[in-house]
Ligand binder design. Sequence first.
Ligand code: ADP
Length: 481
Amino acid sequence: MKNKEKWPLSPSMESTQHISLKKQYALFIDGKWVAPNSGKYFPSINPADESHIADISHANEKDVDLAVRAARKAFPSWSGLAPSERAKYLFRIARIMQEKSRELAVIETLDGGKPIRESRDIDVPLACNHFFYYAGWADKLAYAFPNRQVEPLGVAGQIIPWNFPLLMAAWKIAPALATGNTVVLKPAETTSLTALKLAEIIEEAGLPKGVVNIITGFGDTGSALVNHPDINKIAFTGSTNVGKIIQRAIAGTGKKATLELGGKSANIIFDDAPIDQAVEGIVNGIFFNQGHVCCAGSRLFVQENIADKVIRKLKLRMKSLYVGNPLDKNTDIGAINSKEQLKTIESYISIGKKEGAEIYQPACDLPKKGFYCLPTLFLHVAQSHTVVQEEIFGPVLTIQTFRTIDEVIQKANNTPYGLAAGVWTDKGSRIFNLTTKLKAGVVWANTYNKFDPTSPFGGYKESGFGREGGIHGLAAYVKLS
Ligand code: ADP
């Protein structure tokens, strides 16, 4: 990539000098880089300044077929390999990722718009840890599933979103490989670059050809993968709408699926909570990664007698958030991932205003170029308001108050989703009570957005089904008898 940096850089700005990117990316199929059958490419755009980073292949049905065939051909020898040998490959991938972690973090930020601090400290280390963690399980499946016969499913089609591109790729690929499956993975169209870098790492690690295939493209590419007759399992993370399309498409085919879909998660503060810590957790819960988080704590419930205090502190904290260039190490809120997503968020903000909610946004100059959105708070909202009911996937928080625990449980559960929730209180018994009554796959207590490869993650209701992470993540890729 051409270096367009102006020197000297400000000391807080991450350099892009050390990264290597191609101008044009082919598809990674059967261990080779192959041009797309369609002959079509699409641009990858840096959402921070709208500059063109690289051209990405748009895979069509034929490309998908080639990738699935390659994965099928590789399956017998990969699944037949001694599990300890499979583990070695996964460890090798993890170590090379670690060596390249700085480069991966910068590319993630350039391609997706997230603050460099987050890519560097959260996304990339967690992605490495997923490979390390599942490498450790590869030769211990008999301990994970005692007295059971464990067989891999076959070829896994994996479709991932744009909010945590490298992490989602690791999250999907590592358990599939550890259990002896082969993979065709499709990253999201706005954030293909770290998955393609991962393909280079997989090549460097010497993984047998065809075990992992990375194909790029849009929804039509994903759809071709879902509908391919020789896929055994679909692992999808993305919108609830596409999740429903996939469920319909695979009905009756015998294909297995895990779907990790949308959310509208509640963050609940009781009057005995440590308020400053809670406010920090609320800010992190909704503004982390510009709110592009399926489990974002987008609905805040505050006990009525502390509402004024919490709102005052929250507004003050929001004023101190720095919205700007994602490569700046001081940035708290980076760029919105795409122009389309910015439009979606803006339209929700105007619906919120039209429906009569009071809006608060701190005064702040946004960069002239690129896709940016101010951190936004909606006060005086009702349960029926669109901004309370629908997933916005942006830095937009609603606040409601409550008096009793039963009232907040009823309100928190009153959406079609059930991915996560946060509870802030000093009372242990209250935490136990809420973890069972909140219909959410994850309930965090006095913290939020904590992830670890050992913990299962997944939703209730329209937030999807199946669990990823931990032993549950292994179970999603095996047949047990
Ligand atoms: P968003 O609306 O947040 O972009 P999507 O659910 O549309 O999320 O996208 C998540 C992933 O699903 C992306 O990789 C996208 O290309 C893919 N995708 C979109 N439509 C389909 C579809 N009909 N079938 C399979 N995959 C799809």
